[in-house]
Design a protein around this ligand. Structure first.
Ligand code: GLA
Length: 730
């Protein structure tokens, strides 16, 4: 049973995972276990393990509470922090009821993973209430039958008589037995997003987060603990990923008794929420993935769940078109003719979608004006959006467009008409970044204006694709139209406003392919994946830098979500020169594959190579978008990096090996493949035959001469097991 209840114990199980909760005699909720699957009812409902040692502190400091709150001996970060009407923060939550429900519902106004069939997942809701204040909390869980992924969120309701203020709300706070773990997270900066960090957990807290009003380039909303011995394909890993695109806080901590805890939720530094009697607050959702088969095991669960049950819409399962984007090819310097020539040259190479990037609207010839004025610049596009789009469609190509709808330039007609529509504090200077301010999406009239502006552009241009950009983080994040006691709600109200707009736009334009972007990958998070199945991974398009960025990103996110482009050399961010083949072999491992350079200026030799890369990308896109992904060799240091895709039916595998810097007189690298059938036989494109077991246990020998080289080996599974009687001769 995915959710079993007996003897005051709930067991959520799926795949190889169990998550066990216990209602104590005094109706407190404890977490007894999260880890490798155990039979239902196998974990004893007792807490003696936690109480067997003397402590100076009350029991609440040691017990594995599923919902730790302040005031009765819990000294860590509370899962629900409430300022009561009397001015104290004491909360005493006791279980009052529960419901087990089929399937997995969405969350009102928030992105969330979902189920398509009722037997895919089962949900559990547990109600708790504070008898004195009337505060009530419903914990919302679901467990996926196949993978054992567990979702957790909560709804907090003021069922009392007096207003209370929520000062903190976590989506999850989960205790783990023992503390001998490493912490894993994805840190970065602009053009260096999502580098994998692994560091030992010591006593105390390891905290990551964002206060930027966006998940940010610096930290991704993901935190995991893993066993010291855990590697890519073995060992225990517990991951927590937050389905949210705004500020967040996550922590891994170890207490003085040697037990750990992982939590994720709203960042109290930039969040508070007034609850009048009868009002509720819904937290976003956290997705908890446990794997006993290492980091790759965890990633595979996230990939499949996020690709198939978080992403939505017509493009979720469709092969994504190979695109050409003009940004690095022209920046702001273009007109209709130039764009048309790029599109036509792209078409000749096999490209399917032309994307017009920033600079087509208002008077925008640099980043210093016109955001908010979403009408075509007649000097650049004399026949408007419709004119260019018609010509692109006439080439039998799809047409795509860039917008940055959440922003306004002080030098714009929109700002001149509505100077109060941006986030700001009356009487204070408005901090500009990239010469722009942020529209206050907590306001209804602003949301309506943005929704209509985007709709008008999509209608007029008959666009098939929209790149939704967001190029700065929040400052003065207060909405002057909210009453003072609600101003700290602005950041979250902004996110709810953004989600409302995206829900409406994706409903109005169900056939448009949406790609999110935030100065590259500054908002590459599960929240936005719910509305847009792909995201621009990084503004850094250098193939070598991208190895690390795509490798780190793959810890949580599927290849289908990664926008990855072949750009010009020397690369505009790193000044590095790599071969066309290397750039192609890295970029085509992202589902949002394309080119981002002036293809009209390419020498014939490069065009020939580009044509071959595009043909190859089309041939492989099913495998890349839907196959299982395995990290094999990390791109750390100078040597080789490698990863691999395997089709879900196991019939095809693609091994991708990259050489960073060459070294004289060194043997080939042996890359141990993964996810193959050890009994099976595989044939490469030259007809050579391999045993699955040998490819996995001995490895595939590869030698790539010179710096910055790559090689892709496509293997087809042969129907008979290895060895074949005629030695595989065809
Ligand atoms: C951001 C994006 C780029 C490009 C520019 C345009 O930086 O990440 O891809 O669209 O904006 O201004």
């Amino acid at each position: 049973m995915p959710v079993a209840y007996q003897n005051q114990v709930f067991t959520l199980s799926g795949g190889n995972v169990s998550y066990v909760l216990h209602v104590t005699e005094d109706r407190k909720l404890m977490n007894l276990y999260w880890g490798r699957r155990v039979p239902d009812h196998a974990v004893q409902p007792e807490l003696s393990d936690y109480q067997s040692f003397a402590s100076f502190d009350p029991p609440a400091s040691r017990l594995p509470s599923e919902l730790p709150v302040l005031g009765q001996g819990w000294y860590g970060t509370p899962a629900v922090d409430v300022l009561n009407a009397q001015g104290d923060h004491v909360v005493d939550l006791r279980v009052t009821g529960y419901r087990i429900l089929p399937g997995k519902k969405g969350l009102p106004g928030l992105p969330a993973v979902y189920s398509e069939k009722n037997d895919e997942a089962r949900s559990l809701e547990i109600d708790l209430a504070d008898p004195l204040t009337g505060l009530s909390v419903t914990l919302q869980y679901a467990v996926y039958a196949e993978s054992g992924a567990v979702t957790r969120s909560m709804r907090i309701t003021n069922a009392g008589q007096d207003p209370v203020t929520l000062r903190g709300a976590l989506a999850v706070s989960v205790p783990l037995w023992g503390a001998d773990y490493d912490v894993l997270h994805l840190k970065g900066a602009w053009a260096r997003e999502r580098a994998l960090v692994r560091t030992p957990l010591g006593q105390g807290a390891y905290e990551i987060g964002s206060q930027r009003g966006a998940s940010g380039h610096e930290e991704n909303p993901f935190l995991a603990l893993c066993g010291k011995q855990a590697g890519e394909n073995s060992g225990d890993v517990w991951g927590v990923s937050f389905v949210y695109s705004g500020s967040f806080l996550a922590e891994a901590s170890a207490d003085n008794a040697g037990n750990a805890r992982l939590y994720m939720g709203m960042n109290p530094q930039v969040f508070s929420w007034l609850l009048q009697p009868g009002e509720s607050f819904q937290t976003p959702e956290a997705v908890l993935v446990y794997s006993c088969s290492g980091l790759n095991g965890m990633s595979r669960i996230y990939h499949r769940l996020y690709r198939t049950r978080l992403a939505r819409g017509a493009w979720r399962d469709r092969p994504r078109p190979v695109l050409i984007n003009n940004w690095e090819g022209t920046y702001f310097d273009f007109d209709e003719e130039k764009l048309f020539r790029i599109a036509r040259a792209g078409k000749e190479l096999g490209i399917e979608l032309f994307v017009m990037d920033d600079g087509w609207f208002g008077r925008r010839n640099s980043d210093n004006c016109s955001l908010g004025d979403w009408t075509a610049n007649p000097e650049k596009l004399p026949r408007g959006l419709a004119g260019l789009s018609e010509r692109i469609h006439g080439l039998d190509m799809l047409f795509g467009i860039w917008m940055e709808p959440e922003m306004v330039s002080p030098d714009s007609d929109l700002y001149r008409a509505h100077p109060d529509w941006c986030l700001h504090v009356p009487g204070r200077a408005r901090t500009e970044e990239r010469n722009q301010l942020i529209l206050d999406l907590s306001r209804k009239e602003v949301r309506e204006t943005v929704t209509e502006a985007v709709s008008a552009v999509l209608r007029e241009s008959r666009a098939d694709y929209l790149k939704w950009d967001m190029n700065r983080n929040m400052t003065e994040y207060f909405s002057p139209v909210l009453p003072p006691e609600r101003r700290m709600e602005t950041q979250h109200r902004y996110m709810l406003g953004l989600y409302e707009i995206l829900e409406e736009i994706t409903r109005r334009f169900p056939d448009v392919l949406f790609e999110s972007c935030s100065g590259g990958g500054g908002r590459f998070d599960p929240g936005l994946l719910y509305y847009m199945p792909q995201a621009w991974t990084s503004d850094n398009t250098d193939a070598i830098a991208r190895l690390g960025i795509q490798y780190g990103t793959s810890l949580v996110y599927p290849a289908s979500a990664m926008g990855a482009h072949v750009s010009a050399v020397p690369n505009h961010q790193c000044r590095r020169t790599t071969s066309m083949q290397m750039r192609g072999d890295v970029a085509l491992c992202g589902g949002g594959f394309g080119f981002e350079l002036d293809v009209t200026a390419l020498p014939d030799e490069d065009k020939k190579e580009a044509r071959a890369i595009i043909a190859r990308a089309k041939e492989l896109r099913g495998l890349v978008q839907e196959g299982t992904f395995w990290r094999l060799l990390p791109p750390s240091g100078a040597g080789y990096a490698a990863w691999q895709f395997v089709r879900e039916d196991g019939k095809q595998a693609l091994l991708c090996v990259y050489r960073i810097l060459s070294e004289a007189n060194t043997p080939p690298v042996r890359v141990k493949m993964a996810g193959l059938d050890p009994e099976g036989a595989y044939r490469d494109e030259s007809g050579k035959l391999y045993s699955g077991a040998a490819l996995m246990y001995r490895g595939f020998s590869v030698s790539i001469p010179g710096d910055f080289g790559s090689c892709m080996i496509l293997l087809e599974k042969v129907p008979q097991p290895f060895p074949l009687p005629d030695n595989g001769r065809r």
